[in-house]
Design a protein around this ligand. Structure first.
Ligand SMILES: [Zn+2]
Length: 313
């Protein structure tokens, strides 16, 4: 049983003694859809439901509590609570407004970053965003369907953006010994590329799109980047895009797919992604085009492409 020294201990019984052990490999963030202190969340778990999270974070300064040791199963994220191999996720509930549309406030962001660093150091949770539902790393509730029983938008659009742009990069930066959050420093490097060479997308075929260079990034540890494609296609077609990490041994890791719809005339499509990479991996971007008419085999031209983002070394 591990207890985070930064949190107030409010142990839930009988769950804390009775629930199975886990080996924590993931940290999953939630919004509780209520303006609750960490103690009020404890009372809710204790009095009103058999579910619970490991942690609760209120809006107030340093208002963070732990309800269950991190090596015991907590029941907040369905299939990720405890998998058959004994691994599981640490769950963190956070106070939010009643529609889970507000961003985390500054003290919540601070608590999430500190807790993430502790989870990395205490349990060796790797500094990356989960790539699959059982991949070790950091994530948020709606990231994979296996993490909820009937689908969820948790923790909300604003917080998902903060997770990718502030919280997760903040965990990486602080775990690597930087003392301020990325927002507040010029530690991240800028990625800015543009490419006006025309390239063809053949329907149904994944095609690597060089933007300036085929390697968008090399030698980085974490990044948040958006690729933009300017292309001319018929209306109602679909363009899917994803980033991949090309490894020295020739294998690759692929990001989730982002899908966009083409409009009449030119379409300007954005494909965002945030991730972490290992030394030696190179970040590249690829896209595939599906015309509205499946029999249409005409390639569509990408007339220009852009990549913008931040990365950490
Ligand atoms: Zn949730």
């Amino acid at each position: 049983m591990a207890w985070y020294p930064g949190a107030t201990k409010m142990e839930l019984q009988p769950e804390s003694d009775r629930q199975e052990a886990i080996r924590p490999t993931q940290l999953i963030l939630h919004s509780i859809v209520a303006n609750w202190t960490a103690r009020r969340t404890y009372e809710f778990w204790r009095d009103s439901t058999t579910l619970e999270s490991h942690f609760g974070i209120g809006y107030g300064l340093r208002d963070i509590a732990q309800y269950i040791g991190t090596e015991t199963r907590a029941d907040a994220n369905a299939g990720a609570n405890r998998r058959p191999d004994g691994t599981g996720a640490i769950s963190v509930e956070t106070a939010s407004n009643s529609t889970a549309t507000d961003p985390w406030n500054d003290s919540q962001v601070e608590e999430l970053i500190d807790l993430g660093v502790w989870a990395h150091e205490e349990h060796d949770i790797p500094l990356r965003i989960c790539r699959t539902h059982d991949d070790p790393g950091f994530g948020y509730h709606s990231m994979f369907p296996q993490w909820s029983t009937s689908g969820t938008a948790c923790p909300g659009v604003a917080r998902i953006k903060q997770f990718r742009e502030v919280v997760f990069p903040g965990i990486v930066a602080r775990a690597n010994g930087q003392t301020t959050t990325p927002e507040e420093t010029d530690v991240p490097h800028n990625l800015s590329r543009s490419d006006d060479r025309e390239r063809q997308l053949t329907p149904g075929k994944w095609t690597t799109v060089p933007i300036g260079n085929v390697d968008l990034l090399a030698g980085a540890t974490a990044y948040t980047v958006t690729a933009w494609l300017n292309l001319t296609a018929t209306r109602g077609g679909t363009v899917q895009g994803r980033f991949y990490h090309s490894r020295p041994d020739g294998s690759r890791w692929k990001s989730p797919i982002t899908e966009r719809i083409t409009t009449t005339g030119g379409s300007f499509l954005d494909f965002p992604h945030a991730g972490s990479i290992d030394t030696g991996e190179r970040v590249r971007f690829e896209a595939v085009y599906y015309p509205d008419d499946p029999a249409d085999e005409t390639p569509v031209p990408i007339t220009s492409s852009r990549a913008r983002g931040l990365y950490w070394k």
